[in-house]
Design a protein around this ligand. Structure first.
Ligand code: NIG
Ligand code: FE
Length: 421
């Protein structure tokens, strides 16, 4: 079972492994999403950062070298793939609870933004933050979400909105990739809002994105993806297409914010642009579901954003019933979702979007990995994949994770084959 490497872990007595995929599948669609693909009474062998063997406890014999072998006893516990959060803005300088109170007192998210709050408020704080401060606060957030089960995460820029600050954010993300045990993907979201000084001069800011930011991002290897907030009051379809096409020249692929407040062609544009994912999708009709059916774009729902802003939820039930794959991510950011807790998403998906716990777990693991092009290495428990695993506490079933909300059901995290706690 084990080779000659010096770092070996054996997880034994596992009550059940969820998302056990010996068949190498990389996403689940429609009815497949209801399958949890379990393997009961099992062990998992890990060497260095890779899962090297999975088997039945009754077949576990032949270990001759117990030296340098770390044992995790998972009696009465479940093992799941670490969660894959494909959409966050978790590098930010300041929280925005003032706006939260303003919303309770009657203002809408869009009204707050129009008064210079919202994204522009975060950009002001970002301008004054040092790289070191941003790294320190982001590392704390990464550590928090890891303890809640997350093992891979996408992080966007978009609170800079100047050449200097956007690059600063992305350089911070690059450092986080080196410093954090989580797998991180970086997305350039310079097109998040128009800065005040370019409110009447969109061309001027697009010029900065295209001619000042993108060349440096490419040269320094600062991002894998490009994003834009395609929405009324933010970026039009034409503006989004220009940013995405310019980024394509540097090899950045699109993952786009579309159909959050309005349904006016954003999703169809994302599909036409070959987007890896189309995110938000609170505003959907039959035409949008049909458009997704003929595409490889992963639809991503962000239910904790709907919860926090009191907005409609993405109609995931209809989408799955239509045969689509769906992913669910947090949107962790200081304005619309100040939480990176993926276990809470399981509860929201079940209670607000009528997903079974199994469907919700597939949406935050294997399909989340797909939404950031990590499905060859992440998102399921398979031989050859990265050993990024959750060992749960002693819980009666996997469904319990979605049912018993507000609690942390994660006991131990294993990332890159290492025990994190
Ligand atoms: O995904 N919708 C656009 N951007 C973020 C919110 C940004 C903010 O309010 O700071 C989102 O919800
Ligand atoms: Fe977002």
């Amino acid at each position: 079972m084990f080779g000659t490497s010096t770092h070996k872990v054996l997880i034994k007595n596992i009550k059940s492994i969820a998302l056990h995929h010996p068949d190498g599948i990389t996403l689940k669609s429609g009815k497949e999403m209801a399958q949890l693909s379990t393997f009961d009474d099992a062990y998992i062998a890990i060497e260095d950062d890779t899962i090297v063997d999975i088997g039945s406890m009754s077949d576990l014999h032949g270990i001759t070298d117990w030296n340098q072998l770390e044992i995790v006893d998972a009696e009465n516990k479940y093992v799941l793939p670490a969660f894959c959060d494909s959409h966050t803005h978790l590098v930010f300088a300041k929280s925005r609870e003032r706006e939260f109170v303003d919303r309770i007192n009657g203002l809408t998210y869009e009204e707050i933004a129009a008064r210079g709050g919202g994204i522009l408020n975060s950009a002001k704080a970002m301008a004054n933050a040092s790289e070191d401060e941003l790294i320190e606060s982001a590392l704390k957030r990464l550590n928090n979400i890891m303890n809640l089960g997350t093992g891979a995460v996408e992080i966007k820029s978009g609170y800079g909105l100047t050449v200097e600050s956007e690059l600063k954010m992305l350089r911070v993300v690059k450092r986080l990739k080196e410093l954090s045990p989580l797998t991180i993907k970086a997305t350039f979201l310079g097109a998040h809002a128009f800065p005040t000084e370019f409110k009447e001069n969109h061309e001027g800011y697009l010029d900065l994105i295209i001619n000042e930011m993108l060349p440096v991002i490419a040269e320094e290897g600062l991002a894998e993806y490009v994003d834009a907030f395609c929405e009324r009051g933010y970026y039009s379809i034409e503006e989004t297409v220009r940013v995405v096409e310019a980024a394509a020249n540097y090899g950045l692929k699109p993952k786009l914010h579309v159909n959050q407040f309005t349904n006016s062609g954003g999703l169809q544009m994302a599909i036409d642009l070959g987007a890896i994912s189309a995110d938000h999708l609170e505003q959907m009709g039959e035409a949008e579901i049909n458009a997704l059916k003929n595409s490889n774009t992963m639809p991503v729902s962000l239910p904790s954003c709907s919860y926090f802003l009191n907005l409609p939820y993405t109609p995931l039930r209809d989408m799955i019933d239509a045969g689509l794959p769906v992913a669910i991510a947090t949107d962790y950011n200081p304005g619309s979702t100040p939480s990176g807790n993926m276990q809470f998403l399981l509860s929201l998906a079940a209670t607000k979007q009528r997903l079974t716990p199994s469907e919700a777990i597939n949406a935050i693991t294997i399909n989340g990995a797909k939404a950031m092009e990590l499905s060859d290495s992440h998102g399921s428990v398979s031989i050859g994949k990265k050993a990024n695993l959750i060992v749960t506490k002693e819980i009666p079933s996997v469904d319990y994770m979605a049912y018993s909300f507000g609690e942390n059901h994660v006991d131990q995290m294993i990332l890159n084959g290492r025990l994190m706690n």
